[in-house]
Design a protein around this ligand. Sequence first.
Ligand SMILES: C[S@@+](CC[C@H](N)C(=O)[O-])C[C@H]1O[C@@H](n2cnc3c(N)ncnc32)[C@H](O)[C@@H]1O
Length: 210
Amino acid sequence: MALVKTDWNKYSFKDSFITKLFLKSVWNGYKKLLNKSNLNNDIKIMELGSGTGYNSYNLTQEYKVSKVTLVDSNKGALVASKKRFKKYKVELINDDVMNLKKEGKYDLVHSQGLIEHFQGNNLNKIISIHTNYVKKGGYLLLFYPTPTKTYKVIRKVAELLKLWIFSDEVPLKSDYVKNLVEKKGFRLVNSTRILKHTITEDGLLFKKIS
Ligand SMILES: C[S@@+](CC[C@H](N)C(=O)[O-])C[C@H]1O[C@@H](n2cnc3c(N)ncnc32)[C@H](O)[C@@H]1O
């Protein structure tokens, strides 16, 4: 049975206290993963399902980034990103990632909180969309929830309290994601786990080798 699509208009793209705490943990995970990359100067980055744009913005503060492309189907997300980037030049694309026609290759393609909303062939397709935008020798970074006991308990409680908005979210096992990505000419270079005591998310960093 098909799951009810998440209504992203209910998601907060504002920098509330909780959002800030969450995004900070995610960014720490990004930094940990990218320690094992050799990204250097003049890098081009693309974020799919970019939400607040927080992680891409932080990347521009950490690396010499020559191009940033953010893709999100929700206008509110892109409005929030535009504010965050202020005068920094950023390409904002308001589109469904599954129908994206954009051309080009990037040194780093990343997403957090996106792929777990796709299942079966669509999961494979959205991963291919990520991998096709990575140039040879470039990187793919993915963060997604994984089905630990704490994730399941927190989700159950949130569902009972009617606070859970992610109706089509299916947490993913990392071996499964690793397998899907490695079949597309990538090698895993680093992995990490964040928010271990709450809604556990795994992060994987891959390098494109062929
Ligand atoms: C969990 S949020 C991402 C949060 C983001 N990593 C951040 O740092 O704020 C998921 C985002 O993916 C977007 N999204 C979901 N499905 C999408 C699709 N098919 N195409 C484009 N964007 C999508 C949503 O609008 C939402 O902004």
